[in-house]
Design a protein around this ligand. Structure first.
Ligand code: SF4
Length: 348
C-alpha cells in the first residue's frame, strides 16, 4: 500500500512542523521532538519510526499514531532527459511523477490530484476527471521517492496531474514541509506552482509570507481563444487573471512565467504574438514557449517550427522576455497524465 489514508494510523508525511509540534504538546510531549523527527524523516531518510532518536515515551506516542507509507511505483518510463514514475495510491488511484534531468541537477514534477476537473482541451490529464485531492503526505512521498533516485534534487515543480490551486490547503502544507529548514530545506525560489488561473486562490497564495515561483498556464492572448481552450477562462477572464498575476509579481518582486503551448492554427499566429506582447506590457512576466506534445486522439497538433520561430521573433521584437522550454518530457510521454491515461486505457 502506498498511503494508509483509510486506516487508524496517520501518515506522518502529512504533518507540517507546526502540526507535529501541536500534536506533541497536546499529548504531553515537548515540541522540540518535532525537530528531531523532521531531521530523521527528511535529512536522514529514516522510514522506521522506531529508529528515531527520541525518548521511549515520545517514540511510543509517534509509533502508536503514525506510519511512514512508501510510494508504490508500478511503472517507470526512462528517457534521456526525464524519467516518469507511475504510482498506485492505497485506494488504487494512479498518479504520475516526473524527474527531469538538467545540467545543473534534477527537478521533480509532482501531481496534486488524481485526475483533474479543469477540462483544458489540449491536456490529456483533463480527460480523466478528478477523483480526489492528494493529501500533503502523498505529494511529499513523490518527492522522497524521486530524491532517492538522484544525487542532486534541486527543484520542485507542482505541475503534474491536477490543478494545484484546486487543492490549495494540502499543497500549502506540502510546501511548508518542503521549506522547513531542519528538513529538506528547499528555498521558495526552488519551488514552482503552476495554475490554470483560479484567481481567488492566486490571491490566497499571494497573502502567504513565502514567495514560491508562479507559473500560469496561459496558452492564449485573448478571451475568445482562451475560453475555447480552457473553460476556467469563462469564470476568470484574462483581464482579471492578468491583474492577479501582476499583483503577485509586484508583491514579491518576482518574474512570473506564462506558459504558452504552441497549437497549430489556434494560438500561434503573429497577431496572437502581438496581442500577447500587449497583455504583458512592461511587467515582469515572461513567456515560456512550449511545443505541443500531441498524441493519438488529440484534436490539436503542434505548430510548425517556422511558425514557432515567427511567434518568438515578434515577442523578441516587442522586448518581451521569452524562453523556449527544452522538451525534457517528450521522450517519456511526459505531457501531464499521459502514462497514467495510457495505463488506464489499456485496461490496467
Ligand atoms: S492543463 Fe492542468 S489544469 Fe488543465 S486539465 Fe490539464 S492538469 Fe488540469
Amino acid at each position: 500500500m502506498l498511503y494508509d489514508i483509510s486506516g487508524d494510523l496517520m501518515n506522518i508525511y502529512d504533518m507540517t512542523y507546526k502540526k507535529l509540534c501541536d500534536f506533541l504538546t497536546e499529548n504531553g510531549e515537548k515540541k522540540s521532538r518535532a525537530e528531531i523527527i523532521f531531521d530523521a524523516l527528511y535529512r536522514k531518510g529514516i522510514t522506521d519510526l522506531k529508529l528515531i532518536d527520541i525518548p521511549e515515551k515520545a517514540k511510543k506516542l509517534i509509533t502508536d499514531n503514525f506510519t511512514t507509507p512508501e510510494a508504490e511505483c508500478i511503472d517507470i518510463s526512462d528517457g534521456e532527459t526525464a524519467v516518469k514514475y507511475l504510482f498506485r495510491l492505497s485506494d488504487g488511484n494512479l498518479i504520475e511523477t516526473v524527474l527531469m534531468r538538467h545540467e545543473y541537477g534534477g527537478s521533480v514534477c509532482v501531481s496534486t490530484q488524481a485526475g483533474c476537473n479543469m477540462g483544458c482541451k489540449f491536456c490529456r490529464s483533463g480527460r480523466l476527471k478528478k477523483i480526489r485531492n492528494l493529501t500533503a503526505g502523498e505529494i511529499v512521498s513523490q518527492v522522497l521517492f524521486v530524491k532517492k533516485q538522484t544525487d542532486n534534487l534541486s527543484g520542485i515543480s507542482v505541475m503534474g496531474i491536477g490543478e494545484p490551486l484546486d487543492n490549495l490547503d494540502n499543497v500549502l502544507d506540502f510546501i511548508d514541509i518542503m521549506l522547513y529548514p531542519k528538513g529538506l530545506s528547499f528555498a521558495p525560489r526552488k519551488i514552482t506552482v503552476s495554475t490554470c488561473g483560479i484567481v481567488p486562490k492566486i490571491e490566497e497564495l499571494k497573502n502567504r509570507d513565502f514567495s514560491v515561483n508562479l507559473a500560469i498556464s496561459l496558452h492564449a492572448p485573448d478571451n475568445e481563444i482562451r475560453s475555447e481552450l480552457m473553460p476556467i477562462n469563462k469564470s476568470y477572464p484574462l483581464e482579471t487573471l492578468m491583474e492577479a498575476v501582476k499583483d503577485y509579481s509586484e508583491k514579491f518582486n518576482k518574474r512570473v512565467a506564462l506558459e504558452y503551448v504552441m497549437i497549430k492554427n489556434v494560438n500561434d499566429s503573429t497577431e496572437c504574438a502581438e496581442k500577447l506582447s500587449r497583455l504583458i506590457g512592461n511587467s515582469k512576466l515572461y513567456v515560456n514557449i512550449i511545443r505541443y506534445n500531441s498524441s493519438e486522439g488529440d484534436i490539436y497538433e503542434c505548430s510548425d517550427f517556422e511558425q514557432i520561430m515567427r511567434f518568438y521573433d515578434v515577442l523578441k521584437k516587442n522586448n518581451v522576455s521569452v524562453t523556449m522550454r527544452r522538451e525534457l518530457g517528450s521522450s517519456v510521454n511526459a505531457a501531464c497524465g499521459q502514462l497514467r491515461s495510457d495505463y488506464i486505457n489499456n485496461g490496467n
